[in-house]
Write a protein that binds this ligand. Structure first.
Ligand code: MRU
Length: 345
């Protein structure tokens, strides 16, 4: 099974992004040639998902170097532009990590930066494939039996959120390839609907059965015994295994614990932030009030009401049954921590 979704591509002088704000209605691409356009695309979620942000950040440095040469910027202005890309969104550690990874190539010019960014992209696709296999193996061993599984996922951790294939959806794709998916419950993911707009779109393209449900339905669906396993992605995993992901993930984890089913986090090692001892230090992005207080531009709350719109939550390590990275599976709630896999990384 392959996926034709090309979230991000370097064209040689620009970044081509699949515009995720207009899916599933339209499949359109943006050609991004300068830093302002990239920062705007990241902030409005035209490109999104932690691993995809890492790749976009790495290519963003190539864009900045090209723009500096084209417009005669000095090094300080170029570096300030790179810093804007690096901080365009705060929660996914991959964005800063992607930028930092290519910084040593800046002195060699835009092509050298782009070549290293391409390596980040290629590694992500390879890593996702490994995550898919490792995650599927672990889930099948853990759930036992040979009937197809009912899988719940939250937000979009698919090909669209990565350089291709996906993390949580990579596991689902792998399970489907082994004829082991009964159905996927895709939480719609308020307020920007990454689950209904993006995950359901990807799953339909792949021919994987799915239903979309309101986020608020997830705990009840789980406790009614309709789900065998939940698999989600991550934006940042602290050294103790605390996991930041899209708002609503924590409720899924709590319900999984109450129901006694596994809550599995699938993420590349680049999402693990060993500099953070635990999840209390994860910067949680707060997004504009309009995302909560309006629908398609029309108000959905009284004038003057304020909104609280955190885009992510942190699930404590004790609720994370397994963390699947391309390097292996850690049974976090049983005491494994990311440090056991690659200390000092
Ligand atoms: O705000 P978003 O759409 O960038 O949030 C994305 C998520 O929360 C994903 O689950 C996470 O980045 C993992 S993507 C493989």
């Amino acid at each position: 099974m392959t996926t034709d979704v090309r979230t991000i591509e370097w064209t040689g002088d620009a970044l081509r992004l699949l515009d995720q704000t207009v899916l599933p209605g339209r499949v359109e691409y943006l050609t991004v040639r300068d830093v302002d356009a990239l920062v705007g695309a990241i902030r409005r979620l035209a490109v999104r998902g932690a691993p995809a942000l890492g790749v976009a950040g790495a290519f963003g440095v190539a864009l900045a170097v090209r723009q500096a040469a084209r417009e005669g910027w000095d090094d300080a202005r170029r570096d300030a532009a790179i810093a804007r890309v690096r901080t365009a969104r705060p929660t996914a550690v991959n964005l800063a990590a992607g930028v930092d990874r290519v910084l040593p190539f800046v002195a060699k010019g835009a092509d050298a930066v782009a070549a290293e960014a391409q390596a980040v992209l290629d590694e992500d696709v390879r890593g996702n494939r490994a995550i898919g296999v490792l995650g599927a193996d672990w889930i099948l061993a853990r759930t036992g039996g040979d009937r197809p599984l009912r899988v719940l996922t939250h937000c979009n951790a698919g090909a669209l959120a990565t350089a291709g294939w996906g993390t949580a959806l990579g596991v689902v794709r792998e399970l489907h390839g082994r004829s082991r998916v009964d159905t996927v419950y895709a939480d719609e993911t308020r307020p920007l609907l990454q689950g209904s707009r993006l995950t359901a779109w990807e799953l339909r393209q792949a021919g994987i059965p799915c239903v979309v449900q309101a986020d608020a339905a997830a705990p009840s669906t789980i406790l009614r015994g309709l789900v065998d396993v939940a698999v989600i992605g991550a934006d940042r995993v602290a050294a103790n295994g605390d996991t930041a992901n899209k708002i609503g993930s924590l409720g899924v984890a709590l319900a999984c614990r109450a129901a006694g089913i596994p809550f599995v986090v699938a993420a590349p090692w680049s999402t693990v932030d060993l500099a953070l001892p635990d999840g209390t230090g994860v910067p949680i992005e707060e997004r504009p009030a309009e995302e909560i207080l309006a629908w398609n531009g029309a108000p959905t709350a009284p004038d003057g009401v304020e909104a609280f719109n955190p885009a992510f939550d942190v699930t404590p390590a004790r609720l994370v049954t397994a963390l699947v990275t391309e390097t292996g599976v850690l049974e976090v709630s049983s005491g494994d921590t990311p440090r056991h896999v690659r200390s000092g990384a």
